[in-house]
Ligand binder design. Sequence first.
Ligand code: ZN
Ligand code: ZN
Length: 266
Amino acid sequence: MSRLVLLGTGGGRFAAILQARATGGVHLLLDDPDGRPRRFQIDPGPGALVRMLERGIDPLRTDAILVSHCHPDHYTDAEMLIEGMTNGGNDRTGALLASRSVIEGVEGFGPAISKYHAAMPGLARVVSPGDRIDVAGIRVDATPSVHSDPSSVGFRVHAREGVIGYVSDTALAREVTEAHLGSRILILPVTRPLKMPIPHHLTVEDAASMIEAVRPELALLTHFGMRVIKDGPDAAAAWIQERTGVRTMAGKDGMAVEMGKELTMR
Ligand SMILES: [Zn+2]
Ligand SMILES: [Zn+2]
């Protein structure tokens, strides 16, 4: 059964600097078509490696690392995880999928991964919105993202039990919403509280608009900025659920969701 773990639910500069919430990104444990377990790590920000080890997740068994864009709350542990995925650089194995900024550098952003590390995995691939890639038997789509890093992407991971949509840092935009239609679980970064927008990020209202359009079975909020953490992410989730009628939960550090016939939180 596929399972996702929120290694961290903090996001934005100050929540990351102060570790007001952990910032390790999302770990996915998926079954490939032959039933073999595959382990993907999305946006390994500061502390991802430590949080993995704390939760008994073996970094040496990583199959793919997905990095959405070139901000440190999304990439700082990527090189360490590449070393894990490749057995300390000894095996040319695993896949790195990342925005152009992360691997090559774009308009003053990045690169965030050294050439030395980008050469380690079996596959290191720049992804752009619309790309569809088979990673260890599991389909991954890159989706659009309207963010300060112009090469930012989001992801859709096609688990056997349904699609996990990972919306990375973005402004609310029609193309972003449309790319995530059909997601069973929609993971959204809610960096800003109600009525406090800043460019390139979702507020609670923006998240509600997206959730209302996509109507996933579960909307999972994460990547909370300092103000959202102070106001209480549970209140934001309740506000969205009340307004949209879609089951909405505020992520907690270490929260796991199991994708059976029902979605079960642990
Ligand atoms: Zn971020
Ligand atoms: Zn960002």
